[in-house]
Design a protein around this ligand. Sequence first.
Ligand SMILES: [Zn+2]
Length: 396
Amino acid sequence: MPTESTFLLAGLFLLLAAAGWALGRFGEREEEDPPPPLNIDYLKGLNFLLNEQTDQALEHFLKMVRVDDKTIETHFALGSLFRRRGEIDRAIRIHQNIIARPDLASEQRDQALFSLAKDYLKAGLLDRAEKMFTRLSQGSRYQVEALENLTRIYEQEKEWEKAIEAGQQLEVLGGRSLALQIAHYYCELAEAAAVAKDYGAARQYVKQAQAGRPRTLRGALTRAHIAQETDDSKTALRLYHRIIDEHTYLIAEALPEIVAIYEREDAIDDLDKAFRKMLKKNPEMNTLVAYTAIVNDIGGIPVIDECVEKYLRNEKTLSEFIDMQSVAAGDDVAMARVRKALSNLASSTPRYQCQECGFSSQKLLWQCPSCRSWETQRPASRVQFDTVLQHSITGP
Ligand SMILES: [Zn+2]
C-alpha cells in the first residue's frame, strides 16, 4: 500500500515537472533554445516512488532541489508536513539538510533549529530537543517558544529547579505571570524533600511556593502533610481546617487525613463538634463530605454518618435502583449495604475531572496530563451512574 508520504512526494515531483525543474530549467530560457534533457535525478526519484521506496525518493528530492532562497520554504513545509504525519525520521532528515547549507542566513538557521528541536521533542529525544531549545532561548526570535518548550521538557523530566529558572525567564520575556505554575514547581521540590525526610528544605520550598500570587493551596496541603509526619498534629489540623475553609473542594483530600489525626489523638468528639460548625456555615458541603466518606470508607463518626445517610436518601439516580424509602431510619444494616455498594461503584469511576478539558482520573493530579493546566481538577461529588452503566455495558 502506498503511504501518505508516497503521495506527498509524488505531488511534489509532479509540481517540479510543472515548474520545469525536471527538465533542468532553472532560469529564463530563450524561445529558440532546444528543449533541455530530462533531469536524471527526477527520473530516478520517480522510479523509487513507483516502487514505493519513499526514503530513497526523498533523498533524490533533496539532491535535486537544493536548499536556496527560492526553495527553502518548500523544504520547511515538507518537513513540518512529515512531522505532523508522525514521520519524524523524514522530518529530521529534511531539517538537517537545511541546516547543512553553508551560507544559510541566521534567521533561517534559527527556524531550521527550532523545527529540528520540535522533531526531536515529538520523537521523544528530550536531551537533543533540550539542547537546541536552550540554544534558541539564549537569543533568537524563538526565545519565548523555546522557553515554553523547555518548561514542558523539564516538567516531563521532573527537573524542577530548571523548570523554575525557565519559567522565571519566560515571565520576563513573555510578559505574563506564571506564578501558579512556578508555585507548583516549588511544591514538587517540597514534596520530594519531604519524602527524603529533609523537612527543613521542604518547609523552605513551601515558603517559596506561597510567595507567588495567586497562591496555590497545594503549599498549605504539603505543609500540613509535613506537620503530620513530624507529629505536629496541632499545626496539621489548623492547616487542614484552613484549607477546607478557603477551598471547600479540597476536603476530598483533607478529610481522610483529618479523621486520621483526630482518631490518633482520641478526640472524635472534637471532630464531631468542628464538622457540625463547618456544615452549619457551609451546608452545601454536606454532599462532598458524604461522598468523600463513602469513597474512603470513613464511618463511625456521628456527624459524618448523618451526612452520608442524608446523601443516600437524596441521591435521585440511586432511588431509581433502590427504594430508599423502604430502608427504615435507623436500619443500620440496610444502610451499610447501600453504602458499601455505592463505595464499590465509586471506586470504579473517575473521582476527579479537569475543568479545562474534561480529563478524568481516580487520583487528584495537580497538573492535567492532557491539557497541561495546573490545579484545574475538581472532585466529583456523586457517583456518575451513566459512566458506571457505560462501563458495565461495554466492559472494561
Ligand atoms: Zn485538562
